[in-house]
Design a protein around this ligand. Structure first.
Ligand code: UT7
Length: 333
């Protein structure tokens, strides 16, 4: 997994985003669990999040973001060659959410598959699509990171219910020759021995819902917050430093840091470790909470809209989450 040497690059041409309509401010939790707006803001940096309705499914939000990205790239849906959806909250166990999205957006000539790497899903899926483009297997791809974790939240567990929100973003990638733009370097890691720290027990094949073995087990998100916190700061720091090293780039050369948005304190601690000043760090966790695979592409969209992310700029993205899994992409925008 070194820096890319190929002349054919996977360039991000456009971004789209879609979040659930309903805004849920911290104050609403005060009536549900023993918490306060002040505790949530100081411990996480979150002020509000989006909570999806029954109609706002994972595929619905993904298709909305994808259609916007295609429109902004002036690309006809029939010309899309691959739809990759990073999610752990797909509409079904199968079929894949990517196939649903491929149909919804009218990408009649595209292949489609899902990538499951939780909050690092966008890092992994962008790399997978870029590799297919660089190798010449395909010429373009839609890469979508999306999650609707509030549908799996235990609303009586104050240590998790306040953290998550629903939404996602999409990028349209296309092959280009003789350019310095595109994905430059990637690192991807996993430590499955930490699987127990963040998981949903029921619903997979181990404890299928309604089965004998699922009795007494939960179908909601379980998380050891402190364990994940410690892991996150270390993993973010390490993967960012190692992706920069692979690319032969120093932290000073990074124009914008777009980390997974789970907790402001994690982002601040990791930025310090990497040596990135606050003005180079993009943060929108206050508006959305943790949208898992959705958070990095939504942040990329908003960073571009706000003028912080410009064509030719060097952007460092990093994600971490259930698996445990983590990784970073260095991108010339
Ligand atoms: O995408 C990856 C997924 N996950 C993450 O990134 C999460 C990583 N972890 C975190 O962000 C933090 O660990 C949390 C925000 C989840 C928790 O913050 P913390 O500073 O690590 O708090 P803590 O778990 O150490 O809990 C401190 C206290 C506890 O009370 P006691 O045992 O000290 O009496 C908790 O019961 O805060 C209590 N607490 C709350 N109090 C008010 C936990 N949740 C709440 C709450 N409101 N919502």
């Amino acid at each position: 997994m070194g820096a890319r040497a190929m002349s054919r690059k996977a360039v991000i041409e456009s971004v789209g985003m879609a979040v659930a309509e309903r805004v849920m401010p911290n104050s609403e939790f005060e009536a549900i669990v023993e918490t306060s707006d002040e505790w949530i803001r100081t411990r996480t940096g979150i002020s509000e999040r989006r909570v999806s309705s029954d109609e706002e499914t994972c595929s619905y939000l993904a298709a909305k973001a994808a259609s916007q990205a295609l429109e902004r790239a002036s690309c006809d849906p029939n010309d899309v060659q691959m739809v990759v959806v990073a999610t752990v909250t797909g509409d079904y166990i199968f079929p894949s959410t990517a196939s649903l999205v491929q149909d919804m957006i009218g990408a009649t000539n595209a292949g489609a598959f899902d990538v499951g790497a939780a909050c690092a899903g966008f890092i992994y899926s962008a790399q997978v699509a870029a590799s297919m483009i660089e190798s010449g297997t395909i010429d373009n791809a839609l890469v979508i990171g999306v999650d609707v974790l509030t549908k799996f939240v235990d609303w009586s567990d104050r240590s998790t219910c306040i953290l998550f929100g629903d939404g996602g973003g999409a990028v349209f990638m296309r092959a280009q020759e003789n350019t310095n733009r595109g994905l430059i370097a990637t690192v991807m890691n996993s430590d499955g021995s930490g699987a127990k720290h963040i998981k949903i027990d029921v619903g997979g094949s181990l404890h299928a819902s309604g089965s004998e073995s699922s009795k007494g087990k939960s179908c909601h998100i379980f998380m050891e917050g402190r364990e994940v916190y410690r892991f996150a700061v270390k993993a973010m720091g390490e993967s960012c430093c190692s992706v920069l090293e692979k690319a032969g780039v120093s932290a000073d050369e990074v124009d914008l840091f777009v980390p997974h948005q789970a907790n402001l304190r994690i982002i601040e601690a990791a930025s310090q470790r990497i040596g990135l000043p606050p003005e180079k760090v993009f943060v929108n966790v206050q508006k959305y909470g943790n949208m898992s695979a959705g958070s990095i592409p939504v942040a990329l969209y908003e960073a571009e809209q706000s003028g912080k992310l410009k064509k030719g700029g060097l952007v460092l993205t990093v994600g971490f989450g259930a698996g445990l899994v983590w990784g970073a992409n260095l991108i010339r925008w």
